[in-house]
Design a protein around this ligand. Sequence first.
Ligand SMILES: N[C@@H](CCC(=O)N[C@@H](CS)C(=O)NCC(=O)O)C(=O)O
Length: 222
Amino acid sequence: MRLITTPESPFGARVLIAARAKQLELECVRPPAGGVKSAEYLALNPIGKIPLLITETGEAIPESESILNYLEARFLMPSLLPNLPEQRARVDVAIRVVDLYIMAPVIRLFPHLNPATRDERTVENELTRWKQGLASLAHFMKTPLPKADAAVSLADCVLPPSLHLSARIARMLGVEEDLLEPHEPLLEYYARMQDHSLVGPVLDDLTAAQTIYDAKAARKSH
Ligand SMILES: N[C@@H](CCC(=O)N[C@@H](CS)C(=O)NCC(=O)O)C(=O)O
């Protein structure tokens, strides 16, 4: 299978964590030279975002959550889901809270990363939503998320790269406070995941790739 992604993509990193946990071989390739909005790429994925999984039979599966669910359905063992329906629901809720209430405001802030084009009012509003999302996630993680058979659960594929992106975007916006600081369950969870033998290296690779990406972008803008 091929995964169209870039080394600096936190959404691609979700899939890489799942692939490591299930010991799957994924060939990672970059989007075509014209990028994710090129006609060539949009023909495969009209959403115009990475990651995109291309199966051996040529099926193109977009959206990191859908890719994770596909991998889980196709490669059952070791499972990324806990056994009980209620436990699965907790994993599912954590993922949905992250995508709908944390990643959504974070992504809406991308056009405001450049101070020259930043609308402070929008930043303030989205930052409020983002903080509410983090508070909701912390609420649902007061009791630690249930474990799966595999070394990680689906939540552990999604949450750590998302918290990594959250910290990166906060830094880029000059947010001085640590957004996780008021939430002990999130601080504890993220520290544990950074030290996790399977998740930690993926987060380190993300940081390294983003450092190179940012340096290149800074050189271009000068
Ligand atoms: N909901 C999508 C989000 C993916 C996403 O935002 N990917 C970014 C890269 S990390 C992207 O492709 N951005 C290009 C763009 O929006 O133009 C998922 O979970 O896969």
